[in-house]
Design a protein. Structure first.
Lengths: 351, 298
């Protein structure tokens, strides 16, 4: 049974990449860009869901971790000439201006830096609870942004970085998303994952069962920050341009919307809603642009799209606060049970 | 070199900025005291006031004082509407849901403002009577610098009277202590919470109007930073405590101006100071300088 499920997983990954190959061959660059964004938002959504949904730590510092990852990856992959063009106000700091590494390594280093920052923030801040934690992490993210605006010799300040090599393509983004799903999926089903969920349900009960609150909270926070950094790196190299204003609270809000809509504490839900939000966001772009019906021109109202998004968040929270999936997951067992081919394994659908 | 008159100028600037933070912080602290909720949308309520006042003067050609009073009333109504629409349905829901709802409401207001009022900054109407400068020896100071703290003190005294010496205030204190018990004892909880929101929003409105007079450029996102800083002021003073919020507002306002004045090389980090201050306070004295220890219920 177990082997069969592993086989099914492998087959579906192969099918997924076959799909990616077909998409890469047939779709135009605009559609590919949206698909890329979907995959990146899967990574970002999962990283935030690990912290907020599975461990129950309400953190609003995601944009900060993404900024760390995005800047690290960009600085490590930009060619010398481009760096020279970017840093015309203040020359770049010495070893950085001629430093570069391959894209994969740059992403990894970006993730690790974000993870380190996550650890440094988490270790003191995770003593706080609930809304105090939220406001402290929000504060840390703002501090990261202000620092990045001010260290001109490293980040080029408010001017941002332009001409980042666009190394990320659909293979990278879907590849990283797949790795993230598999990693977080197995983490959640390990003893660590059970400890995370126990902390989410009741901290005091979890602690009295012998779970070290501090260790597990910091672990979840650091891993979440790592994947946020990797996601940020991918996003930067997809966009080609980054600046500190990109990493405002607004970005965190977008990811929060994804995990709320998908269901806090569901990997499947996050994947589905990352696609819904990203594709929906593009589809609603018509609201911001002017429309012509016959010879009637309806002027677009810029910003209306975001009104729809914020209203959507409110509606989900007010009326469907479990989101699409709640805390449920798609598993093979569930699928079998649905089609009645195989009986459920002992102990229900969750493994 | 800093001489006495520039120091005095910085100090008065700090006091008037601190008064504005204090007015907004009272709204945060009152709502937190009652619902244990960070009202993320409070900064955006503050922003909406400036637009109400702007349209009153610019579009409806009202005299400034009529327009300002109308703006304050409209803001109070907006605050009550916010509570009824976004927070009341979730009163018994997990805390995280209410907070997400607050964040959603904040973004909704910001984006509505972009759609309704346009993303470009507008010029807040200037009131000669208040924005003129007066000469004092070599120093010239805007009248507003004195008007702001005086108005703040008047409203603060009024608020403290209301809270401590009227029936409405007693109901508010009861609801803040424990709203279920207060309800059992015959307090109309919904009405009292609405009143709390209305008063908090009115004070934010007064702050918003004076903010608009002092920094006469209004934009849909102008409420975010003052809102966050006022919240930080409320935490510094001990959240849930009105006098604490005022003290916190002054500490933050004066501190911010002084640090920039004495260490101009760090002025780029101005917005980070408040957050660093917040985190230090949260880590070492999470209940703020006047706060009392709250035992956690199991």
């Amino acid at each position: 049974m177990k082997q069969k499920k592993t086989l099914l997983t492998v087959i579906s990954i192969v099918v997924l990449f076959l799909g990616v190959y077909l998409a890469d061959q047939n779709l135009d660059s605009y559609k590919m860009r949206i698909l890329n964004l979907c995959a990146i938002y899967v990574v970002l959504g999962l990283s935030m869901n690990l912290i907020n949904g599975f461990t129950g730590l309400f953190s609003l510092g995601h944009a900060g971790f993404m900024a760390v990852g995005a800047y690290t990856t960009a600085i490590l992959t930009m060619p010398d000439v481009v760096k020279g063009q970017n840093f015309f106000m203040v020359p770049m700091m010495k070893p950085l201006d001629t430093m570069h590494v391959p894209f994969f390594l740059a992403l990894l280093i970006g993730g690790i830096f974000a993870g380190i920052v996550g650890y440094l923030i988490g270790a003191p801040a995770l003593r706080l609870r609930g809304d105090y934690l939220a406001i402290a992490t929000l504060g840390f993210a703002e501090i990261i942004r202000v620092v990045f605006t001010n260290i001109q010799s490293v980040t080029n300040g408010a001017l941002g970085l332009k001409g980042i090599p666009e190394s990320s393509n659909i293979w990278w983004t879907v590849g990283v998303a797949t790795v993230t799903v598999l990693f977080i999926g197995s983490l959640i089903n390990s003893s660590y994952g059970r400890a995370f969920k126990a902390i989410r349900e009741d901290e005091i009960a979890a602690e009295s069962m012998g779970i070290s609150l501090f260790k597990h909270k910091v672990l979840a926070f650091t891993i979440g920050a790592f994947f946020a950094g990797v996601g940020g790196g991918l996003l930067g190299s997809l966009m080609g341009t980054i600046d500190p204003l990109m990493f405002r609270f607004f970005l965190t809000f977008n990811i929060l919307l994804i995990i709320i809509l998908g269901g806090m504490g569901s990997i499947t839900g996050t994947i589905i809603s990352a696609f819904i939000i990203t594709i929906g966001g593009e589809a609603l772009r018509f609201l911001d642009e002017s429309m012509t019906i016959g010879n009637l021109v309806i002027p677009g109202i810029s910003g209306l799209r975001m009104v729809v998004f914020s209203a959507l968040l409110m509606i989900v929270v007010l009326f469907f606060n479990r989101g699409i999936m709640g805390t449920n997951e798609f598993t093979w067992d569930r699928l079998f049970a649905k089609f009645g081919k195989k009986p459920l394994a002992k102990g229900g659908s969750k493994q | 070199m800093m001489n006495l008159s520039t120091f005095f100028q910085h100090l008065t600037n700090g006091i008037s900025l601190g008064s504005l933070y204090a007015l907004v912080a009272i709204g945060y602290t009152m709502v937190y005291g009652t619902l244990r909720l960070i009202n993320f949308a409070h900064g955006d309520v503050f922003m909406m006031t400036t637009y109400f006042a702007f349209y009153g003067v610019a579009t409806f050609m009202l005299p400034w004082y009529v327009s300002f009073i109308l703006a304050i009333i409209l803001t109070a109504a907006l605050g009550m509407l916010l509570e009824i629409g976004a927070y009341r349905p979730l009163r018994d829901a997990p805390k995280i849901s209410i907070m997400i709802s607050a964040i959603g409401a904040s973004f909704l207001l910001e984006n509505l403002a972009v759609v309704l009022f346009g993303g470009r900054p507008k010029a807040f109407p200037s009131v000669k009577l208040l924005t003129d400068s007066i000469q004092w020896g070599t120093v010239s100071i805007q009248k507003l610098t004195f008007v702001i703290p005086i108005v703040t003190i008047i409203f603060l005294v009024g608020l403290l009277y209301l809270i401590n010496h009227t029936k409405t205030g007693m109901a508010m204190r009861a609801v803040a202590k424990d709203y279920e018990t207060a309800g059992i004892m015959g307090v109309n909880v919904n009405k009292t919470i609405s009143q709390t929101f209305a008063i908090g929003s009115m004070l934010a409105a007064v702050g918003g109007i004076m903010w608009g007079l002092k920094f006469p450029q209004i934009a849909p996102l102008m409420g975010v930073m003052p809102g966050l800083k006022a919240f930080i002021a409320a935490v510094i003073g001990g959240i849930g405590n009105i006098k604490g919020a005022v003290i916190g507002g002054f500490i933050l306002g004066i501190g911010e101006i002084m640090i920039v004045a004495f260490l101009p090389s760090l002025s780029g980090y101005r917005d980070a100071f408040a957050f660093i201050f917040l985190i230090v306070i949260l880590l070492f004295k999470p209940t703020g300088i006047t706060g009392e220890k709250i035992a956690e219920k199991v």
